[in-house]
Write a protein that binds this ligand. Structure first.
Ligand SMILES: [Fe+2]
Length: 337
């Protein structure tokens, strides 16, 4: 059985949950995220998050302040706190602050993803990797199309979970659409719990106790060109490569999750490149995926970053797409099996 019984049997009274597939993705209705949520609504939203791994809320149009507040509310409910040195250094008010990406002006817990036209930021500038003076990411894309123009330094069209280069990667993410192209710009999600469940017994045995290196420098090498060498060295010191379990146990559902992604994972501890590629490509299997079509500005996705990977499809050439991204702090991944 994939889940502990209680997760599969969650029922909802105060919110309406409309599943998009058997195990992955649900639209959540009958909730206004702008208004104060009842305790039961908060609990049920988290239930839906754990049951379906990503929840979508249409046309919410919440303020930046409210978006941050919601991350805090759900973090508190999950007992996530800034209880480590690294978390203290990469957070404000108990919510993750991205150490490399530019921040929304006036709200440092939010970072923009996508178009920078007319968008006020502080921190490091958005840089285009099509600028020949800047290093390209060294990511092995697997089946993705990272290099498809126009490439923006914050494009996310590679399968990844957010911030897995941290010792305690973000537990969940809340993303709101601010600017959408007429067509395209969907976000795909892949269930890495199901990806693990479908591995053969032989492969599962090989993965027991195995760790994988995660390193931000693979995805963000261009920061060498937007900061001084001293700043770069201090970032390397603050965020050294980390070793996470290849199979992570979800702290709430107990589910085993395949925890290797193309953006930040660089190699298996045992150096097995073939196995690394085999595992890293699992996110691109359609049976593990759903595809979310953003309809309107103000649509929100909230995903469980401990079990999913996601991919922002770069098929809106010449048009603008802008998302505002917030993430929680998280917990140190522990071994599954
Ligand atoms: Fe992401």
């Amino acid at each position: 059985m994939l889940y502990p019984k209680d997760v599969a049997e969650y029922r909802y009274q105060d919110i309406v949950v409309k599943p998009m597939s058997l195990l992955l993705g649900a639209e959540v209705d009958n909730v206004d995220l702008k208004a104060n949520l009842t305790d039961l609504q908060e609990i049920e939203i988290l239930q839906a998050l754990h049951q379906y791994k990503v929840c979508f809320f249409r046309g919410q149009n919440i303020s930046a302040r409210r978006q941050v507040e919601l991350v805090k509310i759900f973090s508190d409910k999950l007992g996530i706190t800034s209880d480590s040195e690294q978390k203290k250094k990469s957070s404000k008010d108990g919510i993750f602050v991205h150490p490399f990406l530019p921040q929304k002006k006036g709200q440092e817990n939010i970072w923009p993803v996508g178009s920078s036209v007319g968008y006020a930021t502080t921190g490091r500038p958005l840089r285009s990797v099509s600028d020949k003076s800047v290093d390209s990411p060294r990511v092995d894309r697997g089946t993705g199309s990272w290099l498809r123009p126009p490439y923006s330094g914050t494009s996310a069209n590679v399968w990844h979970a957010d911030n897995t280069f941290l010792r305690e990667p973000s537990s969940f993410t809340i993303l709101q659409a601010k600017r959408l192209p007429e067509f395209g710009g969907d976000t795909c999600f892949a269930d890495m719990g199901q990806a693990y469940a479908d591995l053969s017994a032989e492969v599962k045995m090989k993965l027991r106790g195995l760790r994988v290196v995660h390193d931000w420098r693979q995805a963000f090498p261009y920061f060498k060109r937007t900061c001084t060498l001293d700043e770069y060295r201090s970032l390397e010191k603050l965020y050294p490569p980390v070793l996470h379990p290849v199979v992570r146990k979800h702290p709430v559902t107990g589910q085993n999750v395949l925890y290797v992604n193309r953006a930040f994972s660089t190699r298996l501890e045992n150096g097995d490149r073939n196995m690394f590629n085999f595992l890293a490509d699992k996110a691109s299997v359609p049976e593990y995926q759903i595809r979310f079509k953003w309809q309107n500005v103000g649509d929100i996705a909230m995903w469980d970053n401990r079990v999913l990977q996601h991919y922002a499809v770069n098929d809106y050439i010449g048009e603008q797409r802008l998302m505002e991204h917030t993430a929680s702090l998280g917990e140190k991944p522990i071994f599954g099996n």
